[in-house]
Design a protein around this ligand. Structure first.
Ligand code: SF4
Ligand code: SF4
Length: 98
């Protein structure tokens, strides 16, 4: 009889270091393989984006995003302190790094 393995995402940390686009992600799991600290695990459903299991461990090295072979499938979601906001002097418009 095969052993069952359970993987429980960390519900203590609501942070999401990256955002997958399920329309573009092909589920190749390159991002899973290049992440040296195992933030992700493969999705049990083939062709679907990986599961972010330990978001709090991400240190934004960028490997998963730069090695993804599918443009637009994954993008960074920088934490708030890394998203500076400023106001346009002339228009008053508030801008923020996306
Ligand atoms: S490397 Fe890109 S296409 Fe492959 S699973 Fe990750 S996000 Fe999806
Ligand atoms: S940015 Fe680096 S540490 Fe964070 S999930 Fe991607 S590969 Fe892993």
């Amino acid at each position: 009889m095969a052993d069952k393995v359970y993987a429980l995402p960390n519900v203590q940390s609501p942070s999401t270091p990256v955002i997958f686009n399920p329309e573009k992600c092909i589920g190749c799991n390159t991002c899973v393989e290049v992440c040296q600290i195992d933030v992700y695990i493969p999705n049990p459903e083939k062709g679907k984006p990986p599961i972010i299991l330990h978001p709090e461990e991400c240190w934004y090295c960028g490997c998963c995003v730069t090695d993804c072979p599918t443009p637009g499938a994954i993008k960074f979601n920088y934490p708030l302190p890394l998203k500076p906001r400023w106001r346009n002097k002339e228009t008053g418009e508030v801008m923020q790094v996306k």
